[in-house]
Design a protein around this ligand. Structure first.
Ligand SMILES: NC(=O)c1ccc[n+]([C@@H]2O[C@H](COP(=O)([O-])OP(=O)(O)OC[C@H]3O[C@@H](n4cnc5c(N)ncnc54)[C@H](O)[C@@H]3O)[C@@H](O)[C@H]2O)c1
Ligand SMILES: O=P(O)(O)OC[C@@H](O)[C@@H](O)[C@H](O)[C@H](O)CO
Length: 393
């Protein structure tokens, strides 16, 4: 059993959920931080303060490893305690994994915390939101700035680093039957965290995150992750759901689904990404094959409903499905398999689409004109999938 221990400076992490406890928290602890988890879930916070540690189980197909994460505590994110934590001289970094829609809510809390920190005359800080979306920290920054005075804004501009990033580790909810503690979490061994190094506040240079890649080319890393891993994940989830599979590994072991996902990632999204970012073909092939292997991991038991959650968010322009489609079209590349994934997303949550009429809904959401080629491809796949999997409606 590998033991991870922290030694000094503090981090606040908003969101003590799967990825918070399973990746960001442990990585911060491993980098020497005491991690204060901030969450609305009072039960989780109580348990964190009671236990002071929990286990992260690495669930790879060929490896079983348990890491104990200690020196962690929790505060309820809606209590005054969180504002006090911001004023602490030991605080060095603030991270989040609360979900894209929650950033607006924590924006006000972070603004109050930053105000308290300025009043307490404490020093620099870095904030990194780790949600699965493009420019998540810039989005959070806007919400925070909505609640700051002009003086506070000026202080934040001079003192606080707000860096975008890309975070990758698959962390599904862990079945409590499989462990002794409700805090324990099961994760895959693979992880990647790329952070925009130019946006970080480096005075004092406390930030030394072990296992983090600091880069000046974040856009390429973000697009590679979102348009490959998350794109393939979403397509697997939606097609898997239609075919009656419960988990992602079951879905991608189905030859038909696997072929669509692989072609979407390699021939369509991948071909576009390789052109735009000049990724080395061999390295990119390894990246795709590794993703297919990660999706196939039966020990993760990752439910298609978790991966497919909030389909309208996933269908947003520039996000994991329409983003790579637009990029492929820009380079004159095929999009047939991406279109199938998009069509399947419309069938995942079809009740609300049914009411408005699918043709209009597809046009409104995708921006593809009714009667146009791309709109037609999605609609055709939609009808084919609907006919084929009628029994699941
Ligand atoms: N699970 C993964 O595989 C994974 C990997 C990379 C990134 N992410 C991203 O991380 C984010 C969280 O995903 P997750 O799977 O951990 O979800 P989750 O539901 O397990 O965790 C979210 C946590 O945020 C908490 N929360 C909700 N509202 C809050 C608030 N106002 N203040 C503080 N805490 C609040 C919830 O109580 C919960 O504990 C998402 O943006 C997701 O895209 C997830
Ligand atoms: O978190 P979402 O809902 O945007 O997407 C679901 C999964 O694809 C996602 O959580 C992945 O597991 C994660 O992005 C892996 O790094």
């Amino acid at each position: 059993m590998a033991l991870i221990r922290s030694e000094g400076v503090k981090a606040i992490h908003f969101g003590a959920g799967n990825i918070g406890r399973g990746f960001i928290g442990p990585l911060l602890v491993n980098s020497g931080y005491h991690v204060v988890f901030a969450d609305v879930n009072e039960q989780v916070i109580k348990q964190l303060n009671y236990q002071d540690s929990y286990n992260v189980l690495i669930l790879d197909e060929d490896e079983e490893q348990i890491n104990s994460v200690s020196d962690v505590s929790g505060v309820v994110s809606t209590s005054d305690d969180i504002v006090k934590e911001f004023a602490s001289p030991e605080l060095d970094i603030v991270t989040t994994t609360v979900g894209p829609f929650i950033l607006e809510k924590i924006g006000q809390t972070i603004a109050q915390g930053l105000h308290a920190r300025r009043k307490a005359k404490q020093g620099p800080l870095n904030i990194i939101a780790c949600e699965t979306m493009i420019n998540q920290t810039s989005t959070l920054r806007n919400y925070v700035f909505d609640h700051l005075s002009d003086d506070d804004k000026q202080w934040v501009k001079e003192t606080v680093g707000l860096a975008n990033c890309s975070v990758d580790r698959i962390v599904p909810p862990y079945d409590p039957k499989d462990s002794d503690s409700p805090l324990d979490v099961g994760v895959e061994g693979f992880y990647e965290w790329d952070v925009d190094k130019d946006a970080l506040q480096r005075t004092p240079p406390n930030i030394q995150l072990k296992g983090v890649k600091l880069t000046s080319e974040l856009d390429a890393y973000i697009e590679r992750k979102l348009f490959t891993l998350n794109c393939g994940h979403a397509i697997s989830a939606y097609l898997g759901f239609l075919k009656g599979y419960k988990t992602i590994d079951q879905a991608v072991r189905d030859e038909e689904i696997r072929a669509v996902v692989h072609a979407a990632l390699w021939d369509e999204a991948g071909a576009a990404l390789r052109r735009k970012h000049k990724f080395d073909e061999g390295e990119y092939r390894e990246y795709v094959e590794k993703i297919m292997e990660r999706f196939s991991n039966p020990r993760l038991k990752d439910d298609v409903t978790r991966v497919g959650r909030e389909p309208l968010r996933k269908l947003a322009k520039g996000d994991k499905l329409l983003g790579p489609t637009a990029m492929a079209l820009e380079y004159g590349l095929p999009t047939d398999n991406l279109s199938k994934g998009i069509a399947a997303a419309f069938l995942f949550d079809h009740e609300e689409y049914k009411q408005a009429g699918i043709e209009k809904v597809v046009a409104d959401i995708t921006g593809f004109e009714q009667g146009g080629k791309e709109h037609g491809k999605i609609l055709q796949s939609y009808e084919e999938l609907r006919e084929k999997y009628k029994q699941r409606e």
